[in-house]
Design a protein around this ligand. Structure first.
Ligand code: S0N
Length: 284
């Protein structure tokens, strides 16, 4: 049985059965929660497969305009890869691949998926946002942090590093010197420090975290979904290079498909006639 919603908060409804995560929707918002609080929401391969499925569901659901990504409980958003099942070449799940002793690094697929999802993804952080968990936070479009949030990278301390988004997107977010400090020293930073360095958008008291995050989501839901999609694509295209341009170009094609001019080309082909493009302006 689901609990009654807190006043002002959406009446979240479960939108799928998962083991390591919870996927809920309400009011045009999808909420995806890593549900492994016993390990500070560290992820294992199964967690990441489930997250990928939920993010895909949110992408495909035309009712959903904004995604909130969070962790269960108030002690951690995510503490990165589950070090207890880290093998010799990646993380070992409970499947045929793992039984051959072959590990996975499938958090990388999720990072790309969050960047490519054409809807804003808001990270809602209470407690720790550490290691690969913090890289996921950096990949999200916006971050709202509770005042108990703690941010940091641990790679060089625990024998790992993220040379992709975890390094250069972090540097783009907080500046080169600060990104080097974060990685080289593996310190932990308070929510206030994260706000000051531009790693998060807002810091609120823990008890107001969800209400504030939902209010940001509602504000975005009142905006043009296509405009948000194009702005997200444009901002990411600069840092994603050719892959980012490929996505942005795809969006341009989608918009062109939606025009009468493109539809005239399609209709003329189907009707076996010459297309009448003369009726469309040669725009300045
Ligand atoms: C978060 C920390 C600082 C919290 O300390 P605190 O409050 O003292 O709690 P603990 O007692 O330490 O933790 C409570 C329980 O949770 C377990 N736990 C915590 N974090 C993890 C974890 N990451 N994996 C497994 N278990 C975890 C604790 O063990 C404890 O349980 P018990 O009592 O039963 O032992 C502190 O917990 C901490 O420092 N955690 C580790 C943070 C860390 O180093 N994370 C990994 C960093 N590396 C990555 O994430 C890999 C990066 C990555 O994913 C990647 C990047 C690029 C390319 C590929 C990859 C890839 O690997 O996929």
């Amino acid at each position: 049985m689901q609990n009654a919603p807190q006043p002002g908060l959406p009446d979240w409804k479960s939108a799928g059965e998962y083991g390591d995560i919870v996927y809920e929707t309400a009011e045009g918002i999808a909420k995806i929660t890593i549900n492994r609080p016993e390990v500070h929401n560290a992820f294992r391969p199964q967690t990441l497969f489930e997250l990928q499925e939920a993010f895909n569901a949110a992408r495909d659901d035309s009712e959903v305009g904004v995604v909130i990504f969070t962790g269960a409980g108030d002690r951690a958003f995510c503490s990165g890869g589950d070090q207890k099942i880290r093998g010799e070449d990646g993380y070992l799940g409970d499947d045929a691949v793992a039984r051959q002793g072959i590990g996975r690094l499938n958090v990388l697929d999720l990072q790309v998926q969050i960047r490519r999802l054409p809807k804003p993804v808001v990270c809602m952080v209470a407690g720790y946002s550490i290691g690969g968990g913090n890289v996921l936070q950096v990949c999200c479009d916006l971050t709202i942090a509770a005042d108990n949030a703690v941010f940091g990278q641990t790679g060089p301390r625990v024998g790992s590093f993220d040379g992709g988004y975890g390094s250069w997107l972090l540097a783009q977010t907080v500046g080169l010197k600060k990104a080097r400090e974060i990685w080289y020293l593996c310190r932990q930073y308070s929510a206030a420090e994260a706000l000051e360095m531009g790693m998060v958008n807002a810091v609120v008291p823990l008890e107001r975290l969800e209400a504030e995050t939902v209010s940001w989501a509602r504000e975005m839901l009142a905006k043009s979904p296509l405009a948000l999609r194009m702005v997200k694509g444009a901002i990411n295209a600069v840092s994603d290079g050719a892959a980012g341009m490929q996505q942005f170009a795809g969006d341009a094609t989608m918009l062109y498909y939606m025009s009468e001019e493109a539809q005239e080309g399609r209709d003329a082909f189907k009707e076996k006639r010459r297309p009448e493009f003369d009726r469309f302006p040669r725009r300045p």
